[in-house]
Design a binder for this molecule. Structure first.
Ligand code: ADP
Ligand code: ASP
Ligand code: MG
Length: 401
C-alpha cells in the first residue's frame, strides 16, 4: 500500500514533535507500506517570515516572498529526514521542485499545473521514505512559488493523486472534523465522515482544519482523504463522496470566519457595466470577494456592499478610490465576521435558514448580510457576537447530541 501523510505546523512545532512524527512514519514503513510524507513549516514560522519582510515594506515583491516563505517547509522536511535516518531508516527529503511540482506564475497563490512523480516513484521503488516540503512548487521558469496559506494540505492531496496513493491522511492537533471548531464550542462532536461538498463549504467558509483548495482537488481526483491527530491514535474523519444517509442529517456543521471586512459603496452610478468594472478590477488584483449585495437603484444611483478578507482590506480600499467618478462614498467595517451553517440535508429540507435567522434574533444579534447556496446559509454580523452566534446555532441544530 502507498500512503501519503501530511503533518501540519503544530505537529512539527519543535524537535521533540518532529521525533514523534518520525516514529509514526517509521511504524508505517515497519508494517511494510510505502509512505510519502508532506510537512508544513514549524508552527508560527511562516508568520514570522512574513513579519520579517514587513519590517521593510508593506508590499514586498511576491516573487521574493515565495523564496522566503518556502524556506520554512524545507527546514522541517530536512529535519524529519535526518531524524528518520538517525533511526536507521532510508529517507530522502525533497523540495517542491524535487518532487516534480510545476505551478503557474501566480506568486504566493500559485495553482499546481502538473506533477512529474518520477523522482518520488524511483525513491519509493528503492524502499525509501520520501519527505516532501509542502506548500511549494516551481513555475515554468524555475522560480519558486507557494500555494497560498495552508497550502501543504494541497501539496499532500496533489501528490496522493499523482502517485495514485491508497489514501491521504492529514495530521493536525485535532483528531478529525468536528461539528464546529472545538476551540469555540467544547461540546462539538467529531464526525465519522463528511462529504467533499460539505467539507469544501466548511473550509471555504473559514474552518481552517483543511485548506479548501485541497478538498476541491481531493473531490476531483477521488483521493480518499482523512483528517487525524498526530498526538493520538484515535479514528479520524473520512472525507468522501456523498451518500444517501448523509442527506438525513440536516446540518453537519457551523463555521465562524473572523477574517472578514465589509466594504460599502454609496451612490454608485447605476449604469450597465459598473459592477463588471468594479469586480473585474478586484479579481485582477486577486482580491477574493465573497458576499455581494446590491440594492435596487433609485434616481440613477444604487448602494453596493461586499466582503473581502481582512488582509485585503487596504488593497480593496485603494482600488475603490480609483472609481471617484462613479462612486460617491466608500465605507469599511473591519469589525464584522461571518457565521455559516452547512449541510447537504438542506437540499431536501426547508426551514434551515429561517431557523438560523430566528436563533440570531433571539440572541439579539443583527444580521448585516445574508447569502445562501444549496447546502449553506451565511450571515455577516458584528464580530463581537461571532462566538456567541456559533454556540447558539450549534445548540439550535442539536449538533451536540
Ligand atoms: P495545521 O497547522 O496542522 O495545518 P490547522 O491549525 O490548520 O492545523 O487546523 C487545525 C485547527 O483547525 C484546529 O486546531 C481547530 O481549532 C481548527 N478547526 C476549525 N474548525 C474545525 C472543525 N470544524 N473541526 C476541527 N477543527 C477545526
Ligand atoms: N506554512 C504554510 C502556512 O502557514 C503552509 C501550511 O502550513 O500548510 O500557511
Ligand atoms: Mg492547516
Amino acid at each position: 500500500m502507498l500512503i501519503v501523510h501530511k503533518y501540519g505546523g503544530t505537529s512539527v512545532g519543535d524537535v521533540e514533535r518532529i521525533e514523534n512524527v518520525a516514529n509514526r512514519v517509521a511504524k508505517v514503513r515497519d508494517a511494510g507500506d510505502h509512505i510519502v510524507v508532506v510537512v508544513s513549516a514549524m508552527s508560527g514560522e511562516t508568520n514570522k517570515l512574513i513579519e520579517y519582510a514587513e519590517y521593510f515594506t508593506n508590499e514586498p515583491a511576491k516573487k521574493e516572498m515565495d523564496m522566503l516563505l518556502s524556506s520554512g517547509e524545507r527546514v522541517t522536511a530536512a529535519l524529519l529526514s535526518i531524524a528518520l535516518q538517525a533511526k536507521g531508516y532510508d529517507a530522502v527529503a525533497m523540495t517542491g521542485r524535487g518532487a516534480g511540482i510545476i505551478t503557474d506564475d501566480t506568486h504566493t497563490y500559485a495553482r499546481i499545473e502538473s506533477i512529474d512523480p518520477t523522482a518520488m516513484q524511483e525513491a519509493i521503488k528503492e524502499g525509501k521514505i520520501v519527505i516532501v516540503a509542502g506548500f511549494q512548487g516551481v513555475n515554468k521558469d524555475g522560480s519558486i512559488t507557494t500555494l497560498g496559506r495552508g497550502g501543504s494540505d494541497l501539496s499532500a492531496v496533489a501528490l496522493a493523486g499523482a502517485l495514485k496513493a491508497n489514501k491521504c491522511e492529514i495530521y493536525s492537533d485535532v483528531d478529525g472534523i468536528y461539528t464546529t471548531d472545538p476551540r469555540i464550542e467544547p461540546n462539538a462532536k467529531k464526525l465519522e465522515r463528511i462529504s467533499y461538498d460539505e467539507m469544501l463549504e466548511l473550509s471555504s467558509l473559514g474552518a481552517k482544519v483543511l485548506q479548501s483548495r485541497s478538498v476541491e482537488l481531493a473531490k476531483k481526483l477521488h483521493v480518499k482523504l482523512y483528517a487525524k491527530s498526530s498526538f493520538s491514535d484515535n479514528e479520524g474523519t473520512l472525507i468522501t463522496q456523498e451518500n444517501e444517509n448523509m442527506e438525513e442529517v440536516l446540518v453537519s456543521g457551523v463555521v465562524l470566519d473572523k477574517n472578514q471586512a465589509r466594504v460599502s459603496l454609496r451612490g454608485v452610478l447605476d449604469r450597465p457595466g459598473i459592477a463588471a468594472e468594479i469586480f473585474t478590477r478586484l479579481a485582477d488584483a486577486h482580491i477574493n470577494v465573497d458576499m455581494i449585495i446590491q440594492n435596487v437603484g433609485m434616481d440613477g444611483s444604487t448602494n453596493l456592499g461586499f466582503t473581502v478578507p481582512q488582509s485585503e482590506h487596504q488593497h480593496a480600499k485603494k482600488m475603490m478610490e480609483t472609481f471617484e467618478h462613479d462612486i460617491q462614498g466608500v465605507d469599511f467595517d473591519e469589525n464584522v465576521c461571518k457565521v455559516s451553517v452547512v449541510g447537504v440535508g438542506m437540499k431536501s429540507h426547508s426551514g434551515v435558514a429561517a431557523t438560523a435567522f430566528r436563533v440570531l434574533a433571539d440572541s439579539n444579534i443583527n444580521i448585516q448580510m445574508i447569502s445562501t447556496s444549496e447546502i449553506k446559509v451565511s450571515m455577516v454580523i458584528d464580530e463581537k457576537y461571532g462566538e456567541l452566534a456559533i454556540r447558539a446555532l450549534h445548540e439550535a441544530y442539536e449538533l451536540d447530541k
